[in-house]
Design a protein around this ligand. Structure first.
Ligand SMILES: [Fe+2]
Ligand SMILES: [Fe+2]
Length: 336
């Protein structure tokens, strides 16, 4: 028997859809309904709850019946019909995303952390096995970040402070997405749809790495010439992966393709010069490098934020757009 999920973990699992399924039913941790139910969740979904007994689904509570936290608390998990999963998801989204002014509400930093952890879970899934459905989940996660950043002026500060010990690619994708959204907003990209496109570019920029051999990605020593060539294919591969997806904006696809281009034309895969590189690509490129330098990687220790800025300023002028870079430094309260 699975153990009882703690509240925040349960929220993450539902939000990132890490739920068990069986015969048209989905298993849901009860903690999302009963823990602090009076504080966070005034609008519990009215749906049938089932329990699984000797391989048969038995009704525990019908949609019309009222909730009894006591009855629910006797079960770690309940089952609901697949078609009602959206009700449960929006219940969870309400808890995570709705700014709550009540004194004992889930605090902003907690909500942000849940969202970031959920994003990691979605991306983890994405890199395991890619599917259109998982891309849709990524789109949803990015939208939630944009939503939070638009609605809560303090959100971006909190998000920039989140650190993590998750596997590099996952942490890197989510970190790059968050920074890209924040930097985009600072550069006066105000439309939510545009910030969504930009955030998705950050989240998916390295998606082509699913086609690079794991041994090369995780290698801790220096790479051989051939291995580098192999790695470099990931931007074009990433573009190939998303290019026919009609839900993804062309600018997002371009950023995936162009995130390793350099201002002076020495980048890859196309060797574009600065005026040929799209704005979104430039933003993602800067956030990508910044996130990489400030994270532990298989071959290098993380640099503190301001050292990373120093390094980028002194060594990457040929590569990145300095006007955009300055705005990133300002976001973090640095001096140029
Ligand atoms: Fe990359
Ligand atoms: Fe990257």
């Amino acid at each position: 028997m699975a153990h009882k999920k703690i509240f925040t973990e349960a929220l993450e699992d539902v939000y990132s859809d890490r739920l068990k399924r069986k015969d048209g039913f989905v298993e849901v941790p009860t903690s999302i309904f009963i823990e602090k139910v009076d504080v966070y969740a005034p609008d519990l979904p009215n749906i049938d709850f089932y329990i699984l007994k000797e391989n048969k689904f038995e009704i525990l509570k019908s949609a019309q019946e009222s909730y009894s936290p006591l009855v629910l608390s006797m079960h770690d998990y309940i089952w609901i019909k697949e078609e009602y999963i959206e009700h449960v998801r929006s219940h969870v989204e309400g808890i995570i995303l709705k700014p709550n002014t009540a004194e004992n509400a889930l605090p902003s930093n907690k909500r942000m952390e849940i969202l970031r952890r959920s994003a990691i879970k979605v991306v983890e899934n994405l890199f395991e096995k890619l599917s259109p459905e998982k891309i849709n989940k990524s789109i949803k996660v990015v939208k939630s970040f944009v939503f939070l950043i638009m609605k809560d002026p303090k959100a971006y500060l909190l998000l920039t402070r989140l650190s993590s010990h998750d596997p590099y690619t996952l942490q890197h994708s989510v970190g790059t997405a968050i920074n890209a959204i924040i930097l985009g907003k600072k550069l006066k990209i105000e439309k939510e749809t545009e910030l969504n496109d930009l955030g998705l570019a950050g989240l998916l920029h390295d998606i082509g790495k699913v086609r690079v051999k794991k041994e090369i990605i995780n290698k801790s020593g220096p790479l051989t010439e051939e291995e580098w060539e192999e790695i470099k294919k990931h931007s074009r591969d990433g573009y190939e992966i998303v290019k026919d997806n009609s839900r993804i904006n062309f600018k997002t696809k371009r950023a995936i393709l162009e995130h390793h281009e350099s201002k002076n034309g020495t980048g890859y895969p196309q060797g574009l010069k600065t005026d040929q590189i799209d704005l979104y690509s430039k933003i993602v490129s800067i956030c990508d490098i910044f996130n990489a330098i400030t994270s532990d990687r298989s071959y290098a220790k993380a640099k503190p934020i301001y050292d990373a800025f120093e390094f980028m300023k002194n060594n990457l002028e040929h590569k990145i757009d300095m006007e955009i870079f300055k705005e990133l430094v300002l976001i973090y309260g640095g001096k140029i």
